[in-house]
Design a binder for this molecule. Structure first.
Ligand SMILES: Cc1ncc(COP(=O)(O)O)c(C=O)c1O
Length: 436
């Protein structure tokens, strides 16, 4: 299948708005555009529904679990994928009914499962035999009440960073199809009288080549056929996870949403043809729904040029954030597009290494082109940080996590998550009496 060429659809600020936001809320600042986010969801949902009417899109809330964004996704017709009790609590607090959420996690505690059941979770994605047994015990006589989906490891190895690759056989996630675990898990659920609903796989993230998801979809569909043939279990639900990539830099050319949804649907429906299995087909994207709708605004505080054994000399531009608001470059070597927004970028560019404030040698954005006359006090925007930035932020070096601001559809702006206060920073620490 030939994929359509991608336009640069990433949200970016005008100079005027960047100045206004920096003045009003300070930097570093996460900014998410509501219209952009809603449109991404609509495009994805419509593409999926057009290809297959029994489709269901969930927002993988791990990508960005701010209340407002979870609520917007729900308003746009998404169910919510939560990977922990904490994410489930966010969805509930956003007003999403428990029945419109499903719970993931490779090592759910008994109390997490109890909380999910008590709050009417839509379905639980069981990841290991231990969880199946706990579900059997907790549901007891009411084993039929809650839908259970089995997470499968289909044994496909996607082309992406090893740390976000999850579908291969050697993975902590799910039940291996090839070694028979997935079949044993199916049989065990049936034996316990659990309400087995279907199968799930998620093979990896930031996938620019969709072959791994295509192959994962085909393998779980084949597995569903085998389970029908061998055990009379007819899956009502198949979920191929998330993973569609986004444009961090112009080198990233992911498949368009329409082509991607058609590919997944075609693969699964062709595989199931004649099997008598007619499932609801689920996808749970995170990054591709929210990453491009967000950016981070920083202010440059230092510019210095130093000798470099590799490139002769290197010019650092240090910004007022770093590892604590965006750990992805350090974790995965992720690249980003960095732009000077204010004052207006000049035509001439030079290569800068944008570093953060942390105690690591955090080359946050290494060797990026920026306006040659970049100066201390300038604002820069880092595109495509709507996913896995605010949700992965920490207080390392005791920096307050940045605020998130939502640009509303009418052009106004509102804080949807405020910056940590110094009081909050110290609130968890306790000085024992003898040290006080
Ligand atoms: C089970 C599961 N589903 C969905 C996602 C979302 O992936 P992405 O943000 O790449 O779409 C992830 C990401 O780690 C995941 O582990």
């Amino acid at each position: 299948m030939i994929s359509s060429p991608r336009l640069d659809t990433r949200y970016r600020l005008t100079e005027a708005l960047a100045l206004e936001l920096a003045e009003t809320y300070g930097t570093p600042l996460y900014v998410v555009d509501e219209k952009h986010f809603r449109e991404r969801i609509r495009t994805y949902r419509q593409a999926f529904l057009a290809a297959y009417s029994r489709s269901e899109i969930s927002l993988a809330s791990k990508a960005n679990s701010t209340l407002a964004l979870v609520k917007i996704a729900y308003q746009e017709g998404c169910t919510i994928d939560v990977a922990s009790e904490g994410e489930f609590r966010v969805a509930l607090a956003a007003g999403v009914p428990g029945s419109k959420c499903h719970l993931h996690g490779n090592n759910k505690t008994r109390s997490e499962i109890e909380f999910a059941l008590a709050n009417g979770i839509g379905h639980i994605v069981a990841d290991c035999f231990e969880e199946i047994e706990v579900l059997g015990q907790l549901l007891g006589e009411e084993s039929n009440q809650t839908k259970i989906v089995l997470r499968l490891a289909p044994g496909v190895d996607p082309v992406t960073h090893a740390k976000i690759s999850t579908g291969q056989a050697d993975t902590k996630f799910g039940f291996n199809i090839t070694d028979g675990s997935a079949e044993r898990a199916t049989v065990r659920c049936l034996k316990l009288g659990l309400n087995l609903y279907g199968f799930h796989c998620h093979v990896g993230s930031q996938l620019l080549d969709p072959e791994a998801q295509r192959s994962g979809g085909e393998l779980i569909a084949r597995f569903a056929i085998d389970m029908k043939d061998r055990h009379g279990f007819c899956a009502e639900y198949l979920n191929v996870g998330g993973g569609l990539g986004v444009t961090y830099t112009s080198k990233d050319q992911p498949m368009g949403m329409q082509d991607y949804c058609r590919l997944i649907v075609q693969t699964v429906t062709e595989t199931l043809l004649g099997s008598g299995i007619d499932p609801v087909l689920g996808q749970e994207p995170g990054r591709s729904l929210v990453a491009e709708s967000g950016l981070t605004l920083y202010r440059v505080g230092v510019i210095k040029t130093v000798p470099s054994p590799t490139i002769g000399k290197r010019t650092y531009a240090a910004v007022d954030g770093g590892l604590s608001d965006n750990p992805r470059p350090a974790l995965y070597g992720s690249k980003y597009t960095v732009e000077r927004v204010a004052p207006t970028p000049s035509e001439k560019t030079a290569t800068f290494t944008v570093s953060g404030k942390h105690c690591e040698t955090d080359k946050l954005f290494d060797e990026v082109p920026l306006s040659a006359d970049l100066a201390v006090g300038d604002l820069i925007q880092v595109l495509c940080t709507g996913a896995y930035n605010s949700s992965m932020a920490s207080n390392y070096n005791r920096y307050p996590r940045p605020a998130s601001v939502l640009i509303r559809e009418d052009g106004s702006h509102a804080v949807i998550q405020r910056r940590d206060s110094w009081e909050e920073m110290l609130a968890r620490d306790i000085l024992p009496d003898d040290l006080a």
